[in-house]
Design a protein around this ligand. Sequence first.
Ligand code: GDP
Ligand code: IMO
Ligand code: MG
Length: 425
Amino acid sequence: MPTTVLIGAQWGDEGKGKVTDHLSESADVVVRYQGGNNAGHTIIVGTERFALTLIPSGVLYPQVTPVIGNGCVIDPSVLVTEMAELADRNIDPTRLKISANAHLIMPYHRKLDAVMERFLGQQQIGTTKRGIGPAYMDKFSRHGIRVQDLFDPKIFRQKLEVALKDKNKILTKVYNSLPMDIEPIADEYLGYADSIGDYVTDTSLLLWEAQQAGKNIIFEGAQGTLLDIDHGTYPFVTSSNPTAGGATTGSGVGPTTIDRIVGVAKAYITRVGTGPFPTELFDDIGAKMVDIGGEFGTVTGRRRRCGWLDLVALRYAVRVNGLTELAMTKLDILSHFENLRVAVGYDSLGDRYTEFPRQQRVLYNCRPVYEELPGWNTDISNVRKFSDLPKEAQHYIEYVEDTIGIPISMIGVGPARDATVMRTT
Ligand code: GDP
Ligand code: IMO
Ligand code: MG
């Protein structure tokens, strides 16, 4: 049975939730390995809509063990709420396994996220304000508090005291904000030891044992390649590694155990938050993509910026993740456009680029070089076989495959669980 890593190949919101859900039907374990509740993964099952932020999408299948790996940052208030919401909808969340080594998002992380963004003014990143960046800052400066600390009240208080001393200075002296009290935070967090204690375990060992037993494991990436702290459009990125390498460090399995790396990309491209975006459309076409694609954030409700599919960026995602195949979502949205465009290069500062530029200055000045492709102007939402797609839609898929050099194995034609064309022919 394969170990599959599923990656966002663009700037997030590619439809990873739907594709994970699709693959989870035959999965035993589904693992989140980075990020936290900055993610918003939507899954539509019949008339029900689930928007999961922290718990792996595989939870919707009863045979799946959902795992939150060490590379994630966990806001326990969000975790217990999400678990309760699932239980209310008759989804059993008690199969969840949580890494003892995952870091906690603390109330001061959320506050710092908000004030740091305010301080940046025009240069702000447009974060989700969930405390993600400050939690990872503490992890890497070795001042973080981990899930396992909740179970040792003495150590927890000591760590919290040290952290708050430092954070309160920063909040008051740098950001002109009010300090935070230790007692309510300690009371709240130590209470989580009871509510999540049963689920905390050595998840690296669990995954090793699952692999030894030949189980089917899926790693569910959050965010996307271009939001990666190392490989994304820094500094307009998130603070973790959504790329494939993150799956191993963020879960404690070795790279040699991974068989398949599936990228997920929309048939066009979107971005929430600020930062460079070469194919962004500021015209009626972009507005139409927002409307027809329903492009509003799952977590923050923000309007997503939209543009034509960027094949330079997609080839980059193939490279930095070692993608073995692609799932292309939302092809149905392109049915509403007469003619289509895909970016095959960029012009910037007098040069032509066919590889994703490594310099921020170059990227900011990129003007896309487009290839025009014919649209199909037909509803494809009921199509389930590749050969039943209009020939222009088949051509679009084949053109992308030829350009990026890997097969497109799944095509999304609607948000529902079964609205997928499997590419077996
Ligand atoms: P994620 O963060 O990558 O899981 O993506 P989001 O859930 O934030 O955003 C993707 C949106 O597209 C959700 O509203 C999905 O229900 C929807 N979606 C996913 N695949 C398709 C598809 O093939 N067609 C259409 N029309 N919608 C889709
Ligand atoms: P999913 O998993 C799209 C963006 C934010 C901001 C930047 C940093 O649903 O694809 P952060 O709060 O992480 O420090 O914000 O990253 N961002 C996402 N954009 N989808 C996401 O998750 C995102 N998670 C973070 O908008 O630009
Ligand atoms: Mg999302």
